[in-house]
Design a protein. Structure first.
Length: 133
């Protein structure tokens, strides 16, 4: 019997300008780079690392400003390889965030990135993302 194990979801935190501030180890593996290599870049350069993503920086910034979560399906293309993913974007406000940089209005967004490479992962990821809305 073939039972798929749920994959560990990649997670990222972005500030209200769309700049990446944190990645979990699964996201580092998916992106093929450690967090430090992203933190050394400005927001525009961070977004230029991937050839294609289901959500661009401008849409992320608009979503953060609106305060309304979205779920986007698409592909992440890096180094000539493409991975189908679902991105669950959950804006948070300054009241939700603790620490520096959380000033007035929405402070940023948490992104949950689900690798849908296999049929089982795709079904699980879409269900999880949509259940969270």
């Amino acid at each position: 019997r073939n039972q798929a194990k749920p994959a560990t979801n990649s997670r990222a935190l972005h500030d209200r300008d769309g700049r990446l501030r944190w990645l979990n180890p699964a996201a580092e593996r998916m992106l093929g780079r450690p967090l430090d290599s992203f933190l050394a870049l400005d927001a525009a350069a961070q977004w230029a690392v991937a050839e294609r993503t289901p959500i661009d920086r401008e849409r992320l910034v608009r979503t953060i400003a609106s305060g309304r979560p979205i779920v986007v399906d698409g592909a992440l293309s890096l180094d000539g390889r493409s991975t189908p993913i679902t991105v669950d974007v959950r804006p948070f406000t300054a009241d939700d965030a603790a620490g520096e940089g959380a000033v007035g209005g929405c402070a940023g967004a948490a992104l949950i990135i689900i690798d849908r490479s296999s049929e089982a992962q795709r079904d699980l990821g879409v269900q999880e993302a949509r259940a969270g809305q």
